[in-house]
Design a protein around this ligand. Sequence first.
Ligand SMILES: Nc1ncnc2c1ncn2[C@@H]1O[C@H](COP(=O)(O)OP(=O)(O)O)[C@@H](O)[C@H]1O
Ligand SMILES: [Mg+2]
Length: 374
Amino acid sequence: MKTNNKTQETKPSNPKSKTAQKENTPFAESVVLKPVGYPFDFAMMENNLEIIDKTLFEEYAREQWLGLVVKENSYLFDQKIIPDYGFQIVSVSPNNSIIAENTEIKLLDIEERNLDTVKRIKTNVKISDIVGQENAKNKTKVLIKYLEEPDKFGEWAPKNILFYGFPGTGKTMLVKALANELDVPLYLIKATSLIGEHVGDSASKIQELFEKAQKTAPSIIFIDEIDAIALHRSFQSLRGDVAEIVNSLLTEMDGINDNKAVVTIGATNNPNSIDYAVRSRFEEEIEFVLPDDNERKSIFENNLKTFPLKYDLNIEKLVKISKNMSGRDIKEKILKTALHHAISHDKETVDNKDVEYALKASKIKNSEVKGMFE
Ligand SMILES: Nc1ncnc2c1ncn2[C@@H]1O[C@H](COP(=O)(O)OP(=O)(O)O)[C@@H](O)[C@H]1O
Ligand SMILES: [Mg+2]
């Protein structure tokens, strides 16, 4: 009787179920789905599908997907009521198994679906990888001490910090490094992911973000591009949905729900476009500045350490031509473009010609550039 499980009948009514005949593929015990909608947008139905009768849904689902091999993160398409509507497989146990007569199939509740818009980020960036920004690094020392020993701080705990300054200067990088070195969860919310949601959705996402952070404290919440959601009052009338976000942000930042051992870091390129009430909730605003000559030199050198090709470059010249550039510009606009240029020309060494190309391609206007490589 040891193969009992496998001999169970699996009506292979669906042509796709051919894969199910593969030997050794177990039958699924349970499958959890998330509605994701159509492969293309024609504004008729969104992914807010709700089940009226769970048992009926299970029957309906089993009937059309019986015999299919299912894997986590793959998709199933409805064949009946809403043809080609997609469902993503959130979990299946065991993974890579066959939908059978007794497989439990459920759809995530609406609240559960929203949870994964809050992203937990993991990286291996270190604080020492960040060149310069000493002011910001000093502040992060306090955050580290607090998140390590939150009880020590009591009412003197740091709560909300704003990082601002030129794009590409290391704001996101520092937050990631902080979470990584402390080994605490980092919850990142991008402004853009909140905009355009249904009324009430963005507020509940913010609430849920803080709740999740609290549950897993010590933790860090990172609200990137905060200007886009906490838009200045004078622009809020143009975007009604933003006022709601601003209000829920204020509630959470005030710590009405005691967010102990949770630090909120906001980042913006333009602090003046942030709603002043939200802005005033940040105890400290820390500026990120463009790297000076020495710092740019280090950024070049550090990045070249991981370069996949040999290089013949004059660092001093690179430092000169990169005046007013950010760390990101140096990496993406100069080094990466030069490297790709060399590779596409089957070169074994990246040289000044590739850098010259990169400068032209990025349309960097810098008087130093002209004649630099002659
Ligand atoms: N101070 C810095 N030191 C080293 N690398 C940097 C620095 N600033 C930016 N970079 C590089 O640029 C990339 C983008 O920086 P990021 O932190 O995302 O900028 P932003 O300030 O816009 O959040 C980083 O991943 C890193 O490779
Ligand atoms: Mg950033």
